[in-house]
Design a protein around this ligand. Structure first.
Ligand code: NAD
Length: 318
């Protein structure tokens, strides 16, 4: 299969590219390297450094004619979306529409990396299923939800085949510890450097953490199916930031205390996703539990801190 992956130099995208090339798919990566890094890119793939909003991206896709597009490139910081909603919309709506137009012209299946955490707002049912009302609390959640509506519209107007995957909080090796999102990576880096991580607010906010190889498997399952719709991809388990901090302290064997900073705007209080729909329709389930995933992630960050190269990623199946 010919698969175009936007955001393929990023955290989740690069793991997806590895999985696609390992199973023999032909891959084109489009990434502007705004947060992704060249070292994540496998040498066997075609790579184009380009903005998803540009006409060149559309021209490239027209020329390459992918069977499917996995669209991961995004402005993905909730805080930045609150500060710069126009920028967030330009990348997450206009840029995504550029990719979608290519899919419409080529008849490509479209797999969209959406969000579960930021879409449902402060849900009154936890874990939250796809039919729960969506009231995002941040421009990031609004832009992701808006694009899901475009997908639905293109499906009914143009017969577009698509799956929108609503991820919980994804974590694992290669996550950028220097950004504003990715609490596991940020905590690992700080604690390995002997610094006290900052917990925003009281630390009693809950999140659903899903390991990156499980998210890759959800993409593969969506690519291999013709099922259309919106699917949660999470563990269903709520973990507070304070619990996460103590699990990581234990695994890292460090005793630094966290400091507490102000709450961040646009963040919801609780989040956990009910992923039974994707289980029934695509046969997906999370295979890596939080304890196992944190161990694998800690090993990777530790090896990076020691400059010893990267440990192997776990082999899991959907
Ligand atoms: P990431 O920042 O590591 O990857 C995003 C990639 O997109 C980067 O390589 C970046 O350089 C590229 N990119 C950004 N803007 C671009 C543009 N205008 N043109 C071309 N390339 C551009 O983030 P990630 O964690 O791998 O997230 C991937 C996707 O998953 C995003 O769509 C994000 O919204 C979604 N998601 C992530 C999480 C999570 O917890 N990490 C949760 C829910 C949804």
């Amino acid at each position: 299969m010919r698969v175009a992956v936007s955001g393929g130099a990023g955290f989740i995208g690069s793991h997806l590219v590895d999985a696609l090339t390992a199973r023999g798919d032909e891959v084109l990566i489009i990434d502007d390297l705004s947060s992704g890094v060249r070292t994540n890119l496998p040498s066997a793939c075609r790579f184009q450094q380009e903005d998803i909003r540009s006409g060149l991206t559309l021209a490239l896709l027209r020329e390459w004619r992918p069977d499917a597009i996995c669209h991961l490139a995004a402005q993905m910081s909730v805080s930045r979306s609150v500060r710069e909603p126009l920028f967030d919309a330009s990348v997450n709506i206009i840029g995504s529409l550029n990719m979608l137009e290519a899919a419409r012209e080529m008849g490509s299946r479209f797999i969209f990396s959406s969000t579960g955490g930021a879409l449902y707002g402060n849900a009154n049912i936890l874990p939250t299923a796809e039919d729960h009302p969506t009231w995002p609390l941040s421009p990031y959640g609004v832009s992701k939800l808006s694009f899901e509506h475009y997908l639905h519209c293109y499906q009914s107007e143009h017969d577009l085949s698509y799956a929108a995957l609503r991820y919980a909080n994804v974590y694992g090796p290669r996550q950028n510890p220097h950004g504003e999102a990715g609490v596991v990576a940020i905590f690992c880096r700080a604690m390995l450097a002997g610094q006290a991580p900052v917990i925003h607010g009281s630390g009693t906010h809950t999140r659903d953490y899903v390991y990156v190889s499980d998210v890759v498997n959800a993409n593969l399952a969506a690519l291999d199916s013709m099922e259309i719709g919106h699917f949660n991809v999470g563990s269903g388990r709520q973990t507070t930031v304070n619990e996460l901090f103590s699990l990581l302290s234990h695994r890292l064997g460090v005793t630094v205390a966290a400091t507490h900073g102000p709450e961040r705007r646009g963040e919801q209080v609780t989040s956990a996703l009910d992923s039974s729909l994707i289980g029934r329709r695509l046969g997906w389930k999370a295979n890596v539990d939080l304890e196992q995933g944190l161990s694998l992630t800690v090993d990777w960050f530790r090896s990076r801190a020691g400059g010893e190269g990267q440990p192997p990623l776990p082999q899991t199946s959907a």
